[in-house]
Design a protein around this ligand. Sequence first.
Ligand code: GLC
Length: 528
Amino acid sequence: MTPSPWWERAVGYEVYLRSFSDSDGDGIGDLPGVLERLDHLDELGVELIWLTPFYPSPQADHGYDVADYRGVDPTFGSLEDVDRLVDELHARGMRLIVDLVPNHTSDRHAWFRSALNGPDDPYRDYYVWADPGPDGGPPNNWVSHFGGPAWTLDEASGQYYLHLFLPEQPDLNWANPAVRSEFDDILRFWFERGVDGLRIDVAHSLVIDPRLRDNPAPGDRPTDPRELFAAFEHRHDLDQPGVVDIYRRWRKIADEHDALLLGEVYLVDPGRVARYVDDGALQLAFCFSVLKAGWDAAEIRQTLARAVTAVGDRAAWPLSSHDEARAASRFGGGPAGTRRALAYLTLLCALPGVPFLLQGDELGLADGRIDRDEATDPIAVRNRGATGRDGSRTPVPWAPGPALGFTDGTPWLPVGRNRTPADTVAVQRDTADSPLSRVSRLLAVRRDLAPWTIDEPPEWIGGGRLVAFRRGRLTAACNVGSEPAALSVPAGARVVYASAGEATVADGLVRVPGEATVLVVDDAAGRS
Ligand code: GLC
């Protein structure tokens, strides 16, 4: 029997480094800041820490523009800090995965600086170059995720280079074997340093149509860049044949180190995500469809059922992410949004697969409110009227006081006008019914329940406003309505967790409070 992988029992936690904790007063979160806060993560009960990019970078896209894949930007600390973090996490039984950005580099990366010397440069073919189209403009109709065409003209050579994100993020040419072998070495570099795995940025990208054919264009062209990008059918620039082969190659390297490859496969159809976790490819992929469901029973049921059927225990379930609105905001904001987010997290914790929190989700935070002129996300700054991603990225509120304990200086992004002392870790830690107390308890209950040991897939029960499923001895029931609802459960079943209020079993019925999820265990089923 193959031993079960170490990550299957974990709950994941995204540390968005710039906003986690600042140790030196420059207003930007850093690695020593993370080291100072490990007790919080330990007490919370998360075991798999994903750290967003710390590499040397001009920060055009807040670190997702990497100028050196083997270094640490002095703003964030040093390589020794990464080593310390690995050691300290391991000493606490936690693991570290780092962000790898293989689709593009920074335009300040030495490879791209060299490539700009012209078509004969040895690094030219590390990137995607093309002559102008017949009209003298870009070679095809591909658009950037962040607004405008996906091509920028290099006037010196008269050729365009591809960038599916910012012009400062030129796409690498994955058809070039030299690029593949560079990344083999980069993977080994981090695994040999002791990191436990990688979160692979835009894992469904990398490979493009060699003929650079146009994508089928939408009838309407929304002005918001992300909506425009989504309006195209990405037939030739995303999710192309051959991309999964890259991960099969990486998997061999990862397996030598018992390391985890977790893909940011941002495809909303879980059936397409599933291909990335086929045997021999990635071990886990984020399933982003779960970020798209609104607070509606039918929508949640259908979204979760489809995702579980397609990806099952190879899924990582993001409650929130630094690229989208936080769960509490998506579900309406205010106290109701927080309650609903905790209910949703409880459902995710009972599914097969690995649930993931974004820092601050454990505090029930909605997006931080900032003024338009305080925006820093390039999506907002470079496109008139577009909404950026700053709201889910505001600093973690640690304690009442200046900058809510995040920094002694001026935070790089305001902490959010809507934050109050009740949002902080220090206050919530001492408050019995706070989101932090509820989430810590949920994670402890999950460790006891060990849903990863249950072989049965969810059997969907309930209906109407109750989203409920049974897996072996475990029943999870989320009441999307505001009034209490009842669900029949086997005699002898007991409530082990409620995300809000109190839940009880009487006369074969569990009473589920409004906008809450309860977890119920039937010990008799567990023994059979
Ligand atoms: C991923 C990251 C996002 C970044 C983009 C480009 O989607 O999560 O923050 O802007 O890739 O690297």
